[in-house]
Design a protein around this ligand. Sequence first.
Ligand code: BG6
Length: 491
Amino acid sequence: MFGRFSRRHFAKLAGISALGMAAPATAAESNATQAAAADPHAPGPFPAGFVWGTATSSYQIEGAVNEDGRGRSIWDTFSHTPGKIEDSSNGDRANEHYHRYKEDVALIRDLGAKAYRFSIAWPRVFPEGTGAPNPKGLDFYNRLIDELLANGIEPYATLYHWDLPQALEDRVGGWQSSETSKAFGDYAAYVSERITDRVKNIFTVNEAGRFVNFGYGWGIDAPGLKLPTAQLNQVRHHVALGHGLAVQAIRAKGRAGTKVGVAENIAACVPAIATPDNIRAAEIATRELNAGFLGVILEGKYTEGFLEYAGANAPKFTSEELKIIASPTDFVGLNIYAPQFYITASDRKPHFNVLPFPASFPHMNSEWLRIGPETIYWAPRLAAKIWNIENIFISENGTSSEDKLTADGKVYDLDRIMYLRNYLAQLQRATAEGVPVRGYFLWSLMDNFEWIFGYGKRFGLYRVDFETQARVPKLSAEFYRDVLAKNAIGV
Ligand code: BG6
């Protein structure tokens, strides 16, 4: 039906980045404990102090693309290029969040969520990517941060959710050049100096595993390039370098104690059948299939397997760059939607098999979003073990759904509730076994501009009418509110 559609769905699934305290028990928690005790089969509570939030990103919700001195981003250019977006839409207006942010903060508060992950648009702050900052750009985020805090909501800021200043793409080829890595470090320094009096947690880069491959390899995300493998590996290396420089900048310019980490759509490997051999194989697969980004960030080196596989296409790097890339972080954010690889053990190198998916494997409303709740158990468990990670956030998880408004003005998104219930049960299992997951950000607070799908895919807890901008809570908003109130999945 849509030209790139099947390729894109396939790509989203097959895309691999290789080729990145306990507080005293609350009343809610003890209620949940009692409820869980009443039904021995029900999932127990989440740990005390578990962070519950929702997530959004700048270009997907803000609109106001020509206001207050914002520069153009590669997504402005890409979404205005005919044939790139499924419904020919763009983010010019989106959710008008730039003007409606107070209303949107109230939506978060109404869920009972105490955390919110948003992203800062680099071209609002540095319209040209580098050089003179636009103070009005950061003013918006200062207003947003203050509004969040006034409502008892902890801000978690992401510095890069794909809206690269177009000027950098034009001048140096965007992430093809380490000039962009340096510019990202400078932008991180400027922002962290000004927000870390109030923002205690910063994500550097969102989903390199997607935007590098999709944007620079397959031409299906901005900036729409199809570079050969060697250059693509170099782009990924520059993004990792940008992350490292941003970590160093935040340490240098941000308040002491600011916590920082990456948010990555880890290539999620699941043992097809949980035998000890398959679990070990899934561990090897997780390390190798994430070696090009998460691995180098967490290990300070590319694995032998990665370098061997890449051969002449391996990225060019210095040992000094590897040190920067591996600057110590405080947490790792994992965006987890779907199982990417089901794994079994193999006696032969690389000591794992990737199994083919049967065509009948079930998926949600988005074709790429295969249903595998156990992914949110295995991915953090394996990542924590391989890289000794002490703090993990699920920085995104959620699903699209048809989300029709019924005659009574409601949205009965029972499929989203089914998805969330099952994924959260597996996440609870992980925390109960001691996997260090500290929090969860549901994608998304509200329907928004879903990149190449435009407004055709709805991921929100709130339905948005993009004509009137009315926000209506879906049934899943009620479900999520109930989970948060109990710190447990309702039984
Ligand atoms: C993640 C992104 O890949 O998934 C989000 O970080 C995105 O920005 C979400 O909206 C859903 O993906 P898609 O491709 O269906 O819009």
